[in-house]
Design a binder for this molecule. Structure first.
Ligand SMILES: [Zn+2]
Length: 159
C-alpha cells in the first residue's frame, strides 16, 4: 500500500475527520450530508466501503449460523434464524467499516488530499491553510505539521 506523501514527497499523515464528520460518514447517505468535504470523500471511497460493508454482513451471518447458533438452543426459532443474524450482520458490518476506514482513506490519499486542499485545509492535519506564503517550489508549508502542498491545489472553497 502506498504511503501518503505531501507534494515534496515526504511521508505524511492523513487528516483526521472530526467526530461530526465521522458520524456523517457512518450514516453514508450523501444527500443528507451538509458537509461538502464529507460528501466528496464519500464519493471517492464509496465502492470500497460498500464492498467492506457487504463482506461484514456476510461474515456476521456466517459467524452466527455456522459457528455460534449450533451451540445454542435457538435452532429452528425465528430469533435464531432471522433476528439475531440480521442484527449481527449489521453490527459486524459497521465494525468492519469503522476499523477499515483509515486504511480506505489512506489508500485513496491522493484524491482525499485533493479534496481537503480544495477546501483550504492541510491534507495531513486539517489545519486551515489561509494567508500563508508560497515558497520557491510553489508549495505552501503547513505551520502545524510542516507538510508542503502545491499552492495551486489549495483552494478557496470553504465548507
Ligand atoms: Zn498540516
Amino acid at each position: 500500500m502506498p504511503i501518503p506523501t505531501d507534494d515534496r514527497d515526504r511521508p505524511c499523515a492523513v487528516a483526521r475527520l472530526t467526530n461530526r464528520q465521522l458520524a456523517w460518514r457512518s450514516i453514508g447517505i450523501k444527500s443528507l450530508t451538509k458537509d461538502e468535504l464529507v460528501k466528496q470523500e464519500q464519493q471517492v471511497t464509496l465502492n470500497t466501503e460498500v464492498a467492506i460493508a457487504l463482506l461484514g454482513g456476510v461474515l456476521g451471518w456466517v459467524l452466527w449460523t455456522g459457528a455460534i447458533m449450533p451451540l445454542t438452543n435457538l435452532k429452528n426459532t425465528l430469533l435464531g434464524h432471522l433476528v439475531i443474524p440480521f442484527v449481527l450482520s449489521i453490527v459486524v458490518s459497521t465494525f468492519l467499516w469503522f476499523v477499515s476506514l483509515s486504511w480506505v482513506r489512506q489508500r485513496k490519499f491522493s484524491k482525499i488530499a485533493g479534496i481537503h486542499l480544495l477546501h483550504g485545509k492541510c491534507a495531513a492535519c486539517g489545519y486551515e491553510l489561509k494567508d500563508l506564503p508560497t515558497e520557491d517550489d510553489a508549495c505552501i508549508v503547513c505551520p502545524e505539521c510542516n507538510a508542503a502542498w502545491k499552492a495551486e491545489r489549495v483552494g478557496v472553497q470553504h465548507a
